[in-house]
Ligand binder design. Structure first.
Ligand code: NI
Length: 178
């Protein structure tokens, strides 16, 4: 398994809308394994494929304390939403920042698992919040889109500066590799 590079805000590739997964082949299985490896190592509780520059509708999650409940959602859709709740969110693509975001406290989701089989799942608590957060990534949306422009621009400037210090390059991909 390979640890993948996680794109960081404000990398414009994070704004790409992901395409539906049409083929669940050996390459996809490898990508899923690599995404789990990357997520657990980070460490994080969820990772969406666009965060590792793969723009298809796939996300992985594990919100268990023991880190022994890996979940794969391919082409996920939300069938119903419950009442709203507010909780603190972070994101592996926005490292070091946590802000309150309003989401549905429970959602019913339909998706395919890693074998391509369709399933439905009632999600609540942290799982519900994470599924919605990761599904936003598939639309090119980030949790910082829910906070004030002022806070968002502070975070963006700070992350751009960190990125420059780390790599000597701006946090933007040349257009040729997009
Ligand atoms: Ni995220």
């Amino acid at each position: 398994m390979t640890r993948l590079t996680i794109l960081e805000y404000p990398d414009p590739r994070l704004r790409t809308r992901a395409r539906p997964v049409t083929q669940i082949d050996a390459a996809m299985q490898r990508l899923i394994d690599d995404m789990f490896e990357t997520m657990y190592a980070a460490p994080g509780v969820g990772l969406a494929a666009p965060q590792v520059d793969f723009h298809q509708r796939l996300l992985v999650l594990d919100v268990s304390d023991e880190k022994d409940t890996p979940l794969v959602f391919i082409n996920p859709e939300i069938l119903s939403r419950g009442e709203l709740c507010m909780s603190e969110e972070g994101c592996l693509s926005v490292p070091g920042y946590y802000e309150p975001v309003q989401r549905a406290a429970n959602v019913r989701v339909r998706a395919q698992d890693r074998s391509g089989k369709t399933f439905e799942m009632d999600c609540e608590g942290l799982l519900a919040v994470c599924v919605q957060h990761e599904m936003d990534h598939l639309e090119g949306k980030l949790f910082v889109d829910y906070i004030s422009e002022l806070k968002r621009s502070r975070i963006r400037k700070k992350l751009e500066k960190d990125h420059r210090q780390r790599t000597g390059a701006p946090a933007r991909a040349p257009s040729s590799v997009r």
